[in-house]
Every structure is written in C-alpha cells, then in structure tokens.
Design a protein around this ligand. Structure first.
Ligand SMILES: [Zn+2]
Length: 412
C-alpha cells in the first residue's frame, strides 16, 4: 500500500534569531515557566500522571499561587511541556533505562498559537507576559524565512522561546502527491544513496555520495572515546565534554543529511519523479545490541526520515518496499545468489552491475510488481551502463543554505 496522505497535518519548526537580546520581562517569564514545568513534573511523578489535563487538575492551584501573575495560557502550556517530559521518562523507564528524576534545565518556554501574535509582514511577535504587560520580539527575517512567512497556505502553530532564538511552528495539510512521470529508486548505504532513475525508455544510474558523514561520525566517536579515557577520574567533566561533543557531531551530520535530502528531492520534484526507498524497519530488532551497527544505521534512518518528511511537505510521492534479497537477486533472470559478492553483482546469465545500483533496480521492480510505482515500467535492458548522474557529493557541503535551519517538529 502506498503511504496514506489524507487528512494529515504537517508541522515544521523554523528557527529565527532575534534582532536584540530578549527583554528582561521575557527572560524572567522563561525562568518562571521553567519553574512551573519542573513543579508539574515533580507533582506528576508523585501522582503517576502524564496527561496535560491531569497535570492541570493536579498542579494548577499550586502553580497559580506561585506564579500569580503569569498569563494562564502559559501555565497550561507548562503542563503540556511537563507532560511530554514525563511521557519520555516513562518510555525510557519501561525500556529499562533508569535515569535520574527528570527536570528541565534549559531556559525555555512554549506558547500555543492562541497565546502569542506574529505579524507575518514585519516579523514581530507580540508575547503576553501577564495582564497589561506584553513584549515585542523582533525576528531576523532572511529570504529563507520569508518563504514561510509569506506562504498563506501555512498556519501558525506553537512558539518556542529560547534565550537567543525562537522556533515558530508552521502547519499545513499534507498536499496530495503528484502523479509521477518518472521514478527514482534508491538503495541506502553507509556512505551513499545509489540508484536508478527511469524516465520513459531511459534508465540511468544516480548517486548521492555522503561518505563524509561516516567519517565525521567515526572521528567524533574516537574523540569521545579518548575524552572518556582521559577524564575517567572526573566523571562530571567527562560527561559534560562528551555531551558537548555529541551535540556538535549531531548538528554537523544533521546538516549534511538535510543537504543530501534537499538535492535528491529537488531532482525528483524537477522531473516529477516518485521515489522508491527500502524499508529499513526490518534491520531494527535483530542485532540492535551491536553498538557499531547501530551507529552506522542511525544516519541512514535519519536520512529516510528527512526525505520522507520533506517529500510529504512538497507532495512528492515516496514508496517504501521490503528490501529482502534486493542485493542478491538478478533483475533479469531472478536467480538469487547465495551470498553477497564484491562491489559488482555478476550473474550466470551475463548480467553484471554495481552491486548497490543492482539492489536499487530490485527495489524498483518490487515497487512495480506491487503496483506502487503508479503504472511506470522498467526494462533492465534499457539501462545505460556508461552514465552516472551525481546528485550530491561531499564537495557540495561547502555551498550551504543561507542562515536558518529547519527541523522536524512532528506529524499529527
Ligand atoms: Zn541473471
């Protein structure tokens, strides 16, 4: 079954910097908000509740007493934040990860869309602090931000205020995906997406090379190891340093993966292509305890997540198929080989091709035979062995997006 897009609300969080420092009143609101969240967390833990409404009943009166002037909608949204912290804590607890009692350390606050106003022309946010006291937050608006502010199909969701920036959630109904006129099938590997692009009678190899992601990851992994050894006598410092390393690594890899996804999607959108990907779910359970494998799978999953999400946002059809035997099957005679071979797949029938690209052809054929490729067909004989289209390569990382990043906030 192709993915169901109907009635789905998509949310995208856009980060804005502020033109000046946060006004004092807003800063103390952040502090009060954090206190309210942490109080609600404590109350929720004791009473074993996690829902916003239950927390509200439980802690509203006390919180009101403690923060008598806080705008009541902010208080309610503090319960919402507390609820999600508690839910995560409970999930970890069930998985057997026994952590400390959770609390929010970062200064932050969240306001639902009724609790603030954003003038989309001027980029000024009107944030109520308490009765009779509002502050204006001036956003730095780049061309990238303009696209979201000016797009009238987008409505505003929640606002997250941090000491030096804000995140505005933009929402829209998922657009209906277009009917594809071509198809691109991609096999996801540790350092690249390798695949085939089929348009009419022509089939060409495509590649998005992101080898540097694995290199960045390995480098940070080693550095973290060294830090852990060096600071073994001082666990607090060690933990702080490794966490900082982790955040940096995460940020760099994330940025790279977004670039890869963007170039792939731009190509697909330009050619009205459907995208075929392997379903990575199957890899999860089996050997999840092997740390190295988990490390190497993480960017691939993340990349799929980004591609799928952005594709939904743009209305690009994405099809996921079971990858079983895709790297061992001959697309011509359907023989299945006993084991994987080297870089090249070669069959007794004479067919031979780069192993990854061969796998992508099998993914495509699975999609076609399941009726998921919108009536498009593919003839392996039409494959042009001498053509390779490079969609992305590490050198392109230097040309990065203008300031402003977007993250996945969630799908509801
Ligand atoms: Zn064969």
């Amino acid at each position: 079954m192709p993915a169901i897009f109907k009635d789905k609300m998509l949310v995208r969080g856009i980060v804005f910097c502020l033109e000046s420092d946060l006004p004092l009143e807003a800063r103390s609101l952040l502090e009060d908000f954090r206190l309210a969240v942490n109080n609600a967390i404590r109350a929720g833990l004791q009473a074993r509740v996690t829902s916003r409404n239950a927390l509200c009943r439980l802690a509203y009166n006390d919180s009101r007493k403690e923060h008598p002037k806080m705008y009541s909608q902010h208080l309610v949204s503090a319960f919402e934040v507390a609820g999600s912290v508690l839910k995560n804590h409970r999930k970890r607890f069930r998985k057997g990860v026994t952590g400390r009692i959770p609390y929010v350390k970062r200064l932050m606050m969240k306001a639902e869309n009724q609790a603030y106003k954003l003038d989309r022309k001027t980029g000024v946010i009107d944030l109520p602090i308490r009765a009779g006291c509002h502050v204006a937050l001036r956003l730095v608006v780049s061309e990238y931000h303009r696209k979201y502010l000016d797009d009238t199909t987008l409505t505003l969701g929640s606002l997250t205020v941090l000491p030096n920036r804000v995140i505005v959630a933009f929402r829209k109904d998922a657009p209906k995906p277009y009917t594809p006129g071509s198809v691109m099938s991609l096999d996801t590997n540790e350092g690249s997406l390798d695949g085939v692009f089929v348009e009419g009678d022509i089939a060409k190899a495509v590649k998005a090379d992101f080898q540097d992601v694995a290199i960045i990851q390995r480098r940070h992994h080693d550095r973290r190891r060294r830090l852990q050894k060096k600071k073994a006598h001082d666990r607090r410092t060690m933990r702080r340093l490794t966490r900082r390393e982790g955040a940096r690594e995460h940020h760099r890899i994330d940025h790279r993966l977004h670039q890869v996804a963007d170039t792939v999607l731009r190509f697909a959108e330009g050619r009205r292509s459907a995208i075929v990907l392997e379903d990575l779910k199957g890899f999860k359970s089996k050997r999840s305890k092997e740390l190295n494998r988990r490390l190497s799978m993480w960017p691939r999953r993340k990349l799929h997540q980004i591609i799928e999400y952005k594709a939904q946002w743009k209305g690009i059809p994405v099809v996921k198929v079971d990858p079983r035997n895709s790297s061992r099957t001959c697309p011509i005679c359907r023989r299945i080989q006993d084991s994987r071979m080297g870089a090249e797949f070669a069959c007794e029938c004479g067919w031979h091709l780069d192993r990854h690209i061969n796998a992508s052809i099998n993914l495509l054929q699975t999609a076609i035979s399941n009726g998921m490729a919108g009536g498009l067909r593919f003839n392996p004989g039409a494959f042009q062995h001498d053509v390779m289209m490079i969609l992305y390569e590490p050198a392109m990382a230097a040309r990065s997006e203008p300031n402003g990043t977007s993250g996945i906030v969630g799908v509801t």
